[in-house]
Structures are given as structure tokens and as C-alpha cells.
Design a protein around this ligand. Structure first.
Ligand code: SF4
Length: 173
């Protein structure tokens, strides 16, 4: 994905630490890490695919590890919009850790743990998160077909028809 979206807490933390963020469709639109969303000319865009994160240091480590946004903390778990328009929690299988777990025959165990994490989210937190994600989703691309082949759907939170399911109920797959 070509951008890092931010929750309210992420935005507060990063701004408090002097980091730059950008808001699309102000004053209420979704927020992103600033330079992660700029193209080669410096124009803000959330359509650039796979730009280098500005916080990745020369040793390929996160230079804001303690303050990294929620989407980075959750990875390889992520909210994604699938090619049929459904929104789901997915597990990215191209993550090196997931590959190793999978090679060890423990992917099902991991999926069980991941479902427990999702189900343990408070209704308020889950609702806030989905509200933010839907605002992000309105201005960004859906997952690419190639990336979609590399994910396992864990929990569907909006149906393919786009009717918004109760954000805290979802459909476990
Ligand atoms: S973990 Fe750090 S370096 Fe990686 S995408 Fe997130 S903010 Fe950028």
C-alpha cells in the first residue's frame, strides 16, 4: 500500500513529536504521514504505490519505532478493501514472520490468536478505527489483485455490496 494512515491518537503523537502529517479533504478528512504521500514532484497524493517511508533509516529500521502509527503496529494484520468492495481484517502472508510461521505449520494457530485480538477490541475502539478506515478508503485505492492473493481474510467487517455491517460484529471467515 502506498500510504500510512493515522488514527487521532497517531496524529496527536506524531505532531507532538514534531513530525509532519497531511490531511486529505480538510477539515475532517483522513490524515497520513506527510512525505509518505508525496510523488516525485512533491505533490500530495495517496495514489503513489509503495513509496519509501520517510521514517525508514539507512539500516532499514523504523526511526520512530516508539511512536509508529497503529497500522504499523498491527502489521501483518490490516484492514483492507477487497476487489469485490468488502472490507476485512486480513493477514498479510508475505510478511517474513508469517512466512516462517506458515513454514512451521502454525498458520492456523496464528489465525486463532489474531481473531482473539480482533474480538478483544472494545466496541468503541473498533468503531472509531473503522470510521477512520472508511474515510481513508474513500480517498485511496483498494488492495491490488496481486496483494489480494497474498492475504488471508480473517474477519469481514463490511459486505461486498458495500452495505455497512455493524462495525463490531463482522463475519468471521
Ligand atoms: S514502521 Fe516506521 S518505517 Fe515502517 S512504515 Fe511504519 S513509520 Fe514507516
Amino acid at each position: 500500500m502506498g500510504y500510512i494512515w493515522l488514527t487521532d491518537d497517531d496524529a496527536r503523537t506524531l505532531m507532538g513529536a514534531g513530525q509532519r502529517i497531511v490531511r486529505v479533504n480538510p477539515p475532517q478528512g483522513p490524515r497520513f504521514i506527510d512525505s509518505y504521500t508525496r510523488d516525485a514532484t512533491g505533490k500530495v497524493t495517496v495514489q503513489t504505490r509503495s513509496p519509501k517511508c520517510p521514517f525508514l533509516d539507512s539500516a532499514h529500521r523504523c526511526s520512530i519505532h516508539q511512536q509508529r502509527p497503529l497500522v504499523c503496529r498491527l502489521y501483518p494484520l490490516a484492514l483492507e478493501t477487497l476487489s469485490n468492495g468488502a472490507v476485512a481484517w486480513v493477514l498479510h502472508r508475505n510478511c517474513n514472520h508469517v512466512r516462517k510461521i506458515s513454514a512451521d505449520g502454525k498458520l492456523d494457530e496464528l489465525l486463532t490468536q489474531v481473531r482473539r485480538v480482533i474480538n478483544a477490541m472494545s466496541p468503541e475502539f473498533a468503531a472509531d478505527l473503522l470510521t477512520t478506515y472508511f474515510a481513508v478508503n474513500a480517498v485511496t485505492e483498494w488492495i491490488s489483485p496481486a496483494d489480494e492473493r497474498e492475504v488471508t481474510i480473517v474477519l469481514e467487517v463490511r459486505s461486498a455490496k458495500g452495505s455497512s455491517a455493524d462495525s463490531n460484529v463482522g463475519r468471521q471467515l
